[in-house]
Design a protein around this ligand. Structure first.
Ligand code: CP
Length: 302
């Protein structure tokens, strides 16, 4: 890993990724370990979250550490005009590592350049969400028995969805084939397609979510249309319900196929999918606890 912070999934080598996944499996067997005794984490969420913040905080508690921080920047001195730089310098005085989510792309990298202590990016704008990717990889390996040679179908908001950007980059180590299903307005950005081309990884683009595409999938990775990233509310209204996965659409999918979603879900997965054994998104979120324990152990060298 470059430095001690985890800002982008690209900070991790293939070996780093596999090591974190092995460690996550150990934490799943034994989540309560005193590795963080005497340590304090600053958990700074400038953008809303349920899973990422609570699973990081649970991970820190289960590892014997303590948490300070905020879930809403409106209750901090940022509302009085304090800069991100000064906020990070202050928090860095109090804690042993920082977990930060911010709406601005690059904010986590910036924080890591200011802080003396490690910073873990818990999502920066539409850019990266590396801890989500580690729990996604953990979920894929756990359900498929391997990360190698899988057909990954990504559906929905591939433009603003940071989870698909990080996951695509991580999967390059494992010889995947990608199918991208998105309306033209939300298609995978060119920079990520060029990235795959340079890496020699095949990808196919679709505008319809057909059963033909679903039936090819080892992993069907659904995503929410990221309302908060749209500058034009009418544009959001036009695309918000563009794909809705229904249980009947899974009828001829592979027996081993799993439906993943980083959550929160809005309308893109009908609730009739939830009871299908191929629906794995709630277990996936549970896996976040173990993946985040492993990430914390890695960045702190524990
Ligand atoms: N997957 C994810 O990042 O969820 P939250 O926004 O609830 O943290």
């Amino acid at each position: 890993m470059k430095g001690n912070s985890l800002i982008s999934i690209e900070d991790l080598t293939r070996d780093d990724i596999l090591e974190i996944l092995e460690r996550a499996a150990e934490f799943e067997k034994n989540p309560n370990q005193d590795l963080l005794k005497g340590k304090v984490a600053g958990v700074l969420f400038f953008e809303p979250s349920t899973r990422t913040r609570l699973s990081f905080e649970t991970a820190i508690n289960r590892l014997g550490g303590k948490v300070v921080g905020f879930a809403d920047a409106k209750i901090t001195s940022a509302t009085k005009g304090e800069t991100l730089k000064d906020t990070i310098k202050m928090v860095d005085n109090y804690v042993d590592f920082i977990v930060m989510r911010h709406h601005i792309e690059g904010a986590a990298r910036y924080a890591s350049e200011i802080a003396k202590h490690p910073v873990i990016n818990a999502g920066d704008g539409a850019n990266q969400h590396p801890s989500q990717t580690m729990l996604d990889l953990y979920s894929i390996k756990k359900t498929q028995g391997t990360l190698e040679n899988l057909n990954i179908v990504m559906v929905g908001d591939l433009k603003y969805g940071r989870t698909v950007h990080s996951l695509l980059q991580a999967m390059r180590h494992f010889n995947p084939t990608f199918h991208f299903v998105a309306p033209n307005f939300l298609k995978m950005p060119d920079q990520y397609k060029r990235y795959l081309e340079v890496a020699g990884i095949p990808y196919y683009e679709h505008t319809e979510l057909t059963t033909d595409v679903i039936n090819e999938a080892d992993i069907l990775y659904m995503t929410r249309v990221q309302k908060e990233r749209f500058s034009d509310p009418l544009e959001y209204e036009r695309v918000k319900d563009v794909y809705i996965l229904k249980n009947s659409m899974l009828a001829n999918s592979k027996d081993t196929m799993k439906v993943l979603h980083p959550l929160p879900r809005v309308n893109e997965i009908s609730t009739d999918v939830d009871e299908n054994p191929k629906a794995y998104y709630f277990e996936q979120a549970h896996n976040g606890l173990f993946a985040r324990e492993a990430i914390i152990a890695k960045v702190l060298g524990l």
